[in-house]
Design a protein around this ligand. Structure first.
Ligand code: GDP
Length: 142
């Protein structure tokens, strides 16, 4: 099924100047960026985006980190995009991520793990809406 998913290159990825390498992984993995923007989240926006984790002990660190610098946000489209993207990213903890994944190659810790990816169809839709309006998105899915 043709799907869309949200990717974020986190502040550590932007600071390491590996935006191009990461987008290359998406493209080679069969995912097409249909919208891209750079932005910096406020702490409040980061809390809003990660609200499912609000009761987790790492919530404050996560939202401080995610608002600490520029991020690059992409809507990616492709066959089975959500799982395909999760496979390309690798496990949340880079030390446990499989060889050849983005987090294995570029991640330095569970906090600085370079990329975010939606985990399901419903969250993907909501996360894309968080950053993009309909007019930003190339339209192929009704
Ligand atoms: P993801 O979908 O693989 O990004 O993982 P989650 O949605 O579960 O968590 C969101 C982000 O919170 C992760 O990418 C990590 O940066 C961070 N995180 C998740 N679990 C932990 C944890 O146990 N400890 C810490 N310090 N950070 C975590």
């Amino acid at each position: 099924m043709l799907e869309r998913t949200l990717a974020i290159i986190k502040p550590d990825g932007v600071r390491s100047r590996i935006i191009g390498e990461i987008i290359r992984c998406y493209e080679q993995g069969g995912l097409t960026p249909i919208a891209i923007r750079s932005t910096q989240l406020t702490k409040e926006q980061a809390k809003d985006f990660y609200q499912v984790h609000r009761d987790q002990p790492f919530f404050d660190d996560l939202t401080s980190f995610m608002s600490s610098g520029l991020i690059v946000v992409l809507a990616l489209e492709g066959e089975g995009a959500i799982l395909r993207h999760r496979d390309l990213m690798g496990a949340t903890d880079p030390s446990k991520a499989a060889e050849g994944t983005i987090r294995k190659a570029f991640g330095s810790s569970i906090d600085c793990n370079v990329v975010h990816g939606s985990d399901a169809l419903e969250t993907a839709g909501k996360e894309i809406e968080f950053f993009f309006s309909d007019d930003d998105l190339y339209s192929q899915i009704e």
